[in-house]
Ligand binder design. Structure first.
Ligand code: ADP
Ligand code: MG
Length: 526
């Protein structure tokens, strides 16, 4: 059997005083798909980085096919037949798919005998579980295709153990099923073993044989997927009924009180039914092409409009143009019945809030600390500000409250924002944007990279906003998220809305086929 048996014995890894991994003893049976579940910070990446020689464990041992083996570097890991698909793309942008594949194999394009290399790649592509155009350049690939390229790069090396870190976040449900189904088939054929890090229970139950749950560096359980329920796994991930569980609806929540008063407050605006109205919007993309072509949409009060689509079909440009970070070439946008340009002033007057993608880059000031970033919205408005004086004491009190309520893992309110993990930056922005009673929320992939508990928290915040009458534009690449939250769903493809459906009538297959619409096929054919 080509597939490898992996066993760790009491593997431990510390960073300074912090135990990121404590005595983890885990077995991956050869020819199986082994899912690894855990909240953000549970130690999943640290664990797999110990397997690929990125970290040296402080204690413990690694056994491959029942023999102890030291993996001191990624080169050792490759020699042992272990490959890893990282969460972030490592595609070389200036090189074609073919060149990227050869580079992954350690061949430099300058030294390649092209005719034979091409024939070899063509043969590889034919038996690969999914195919890509060898001559395509990364800029022309969708995020899903880039992810497939990452997987193909590893498969070309014929690994005996393949590790994947959340590989499906940028795939459509059909693509995810295709990719995971193909990988499972290879595993079950005895060609390789697979470790799959994921946050999606659906993928665990549909594709994994065994599942292990890590919590705070400890292995909580390893068990067969058959016979395990999502509820049991969720409990293993977050622990018992502890303070760990999000409790957004608690009566002590000051936002809830604010929301109640807000509902009683008479509103002076003329148009009360539409929170967002976009007519005939046209926006250019980074390379001067049309990213949004003639897009119109409306969101009512108390409605969540989900925008589905494979990344790269104009969603990013849509949000940027709405919040004033990208010029509009044509069309009109109004919020709460008034023309809207995304300025701070209008955001405040109209109650518009936004959660853009990559919050560290787009919604934070990297040189500032957590407190300053939390204060970004309000530092120049009473009560935070009186005259010229910013009341830092008051802001600090709020910051400390938010850190606790949103369970932001930070050494304190004065820590630099860049020192926080992605999930905690997300929570910081979330605290800031959702703490006041917004009337329109513009949100993009709000749970991208967040763990189970944090995702649940974001979702209940969005539902709360809807309950108190806010409109929500929810752009997401995660269909499960859209189906769970939206009242209505539109699909974006190639800068247009190509499909609209009410949430009750929406189904994954139909949405998925509209998502994989024309632009996707023409790219493949090109
Ligand atoms: P996961 O992948 O499950 O989200 P990680 O393995 O990335 O978790 O991190 C586990 C814990 O170890 C986290 O609390 C993280 O902050 C910490 N950690 C990870 N890498 C380092 C590092 N290089 N230095 C210090 N702490 C780290
Ligand atoms: Mg990780």
């Amino acid at each position: 059997m080509h597939a490898l048996k992996l066993e760790t014995y009491q593997l431990s890894k510390r960073f300074g005083d912090f135990a990121a991994l404590s005595q983890v003893s885990l077995t991956v049976r050869p020819g199986t798909v082994h899912a690894l579940l855990g909240e953000n910070g549970a130690g999943k990446s640290t664990f797999v980085k110990c397997l690929v020689g990125y970290y040296r464990p402080d204690e413990g041992a690694l056994l491959i096919d029942d023999r102890e083996r030291v993996i001191a570097s990624p080169v050792d890991a490759r020699a042992a037949g272990i490959g890893m698909v990282y969460q972030h793309f490592t595609v070389a942008p200036g090189m074609s798919v073919a060149e990227n594949l050869l580079l992954a194999r350690g061949q430099l394009p300058a030294r390649i005998h092209w005719p034979s290399a091409r024939a070899e790649l063509q043969a590889f592509m034919e038996q690969a579980p999914f195919s890509l155009d060898l001559d395509a350049m990364p800029v022309d690939l969708s995020a899903g295709q880039k992810q497939k390229l990452e997987i193909l790069k590893q498969m070309l090396l014929r690994p005996r153990l393949l590790i994947l870190d959340e590989p499906t976040s940028v795939l459509t449900p059909q693509e995810a099923d295709e990719v995971l189904g193909a990988l499972r088939a290879r595993a079950h054929a005895g060609e390789c073993s697979i470790i799959l890090i994921t946050h999606k229970f659906r993928e665990v139950s549909a594709f994994a044989d065994d599942v292990s749950v890590l919590r705070r560096g400890h292995l909580i359980t390893t068990r067969a997927v058959v016979g395990s329920t999502s509820a049991e796994l969720a409990r293993a991930m977050v622990g018992g009924q502890s303070e760990d569980t999000p409790n957004p609806g608690a009566p002590s929540n000051p936002d809830a009180k604010a929301a109640a008063t807000n509902q009683d407050r008479p509103c002076a605006d003329t148009d009360q039914t539409l929170t967002l109205q976009v007519i005939g919007l046209k926006v250019l993309g980074d390379r001067g092409q049309w990213a949004i072509r003639d897009l119109s949409l409306e969101i009512k009060r108390g409605e969540i409009l989900g925008v589905a689509g494979i990344s790269g079909n104009g969603q990013r440009e849509l949000l940027q143009s709405l919040i004033g970070q990208r010029p509009r070439e044509a069309g009109s946008v109004s919020a709460i019945g008034r023309p809207y340009d995304g300025s701070r002033k209008l955001n405040r007057i109209l109650g518009v809030r936004s959660l853009p993608e990559e919050p560290l880059a787009n919604a934070c000031v990297p040189g500032m600390n957590v407190l300053q970033n939390m204060a970004l919205r309000d530092f120049d408005v009473a009560p935070a500000c009186s005259g010229f004086w910013v009341r830092w004491g008051r802001l600090r009190k709020t910051a400390i409250e938010w850190i606790e309520r949103y369970r932001i893992k930070t050494p304190g309110e004065f820590a630099p924002i860049e020192s926080l993990s992605g999930g905690n930056v997300q929570r910081t922005v979330l605290a800031r944007e959702l703490s006041s009673d917004a009337r329109l929320l513009l949100v993009s992939n709000p749970s991208f990279g967040l763990d189970f508990a944090a995702t649940a928290e974001v979702h209940s915040r969005l539902r709360e906003a809807r309950e108190r009458g806010a409109g929500v534009l929810l752009i997401s690449e995660d269909l499960d998220e859209l189906l769970a939250l939206s009242d209505r769903i539109v699909v974006m493809s190639d800068g247009r809305i190509v499909y609209t459906v009410s949430a009750q009538q929406a189904d994954r297959q139909t949405l998925g086929s509209h998502m994989a619409g024309d632009s996707h096929h023409s790219l493949k054919a090109a």
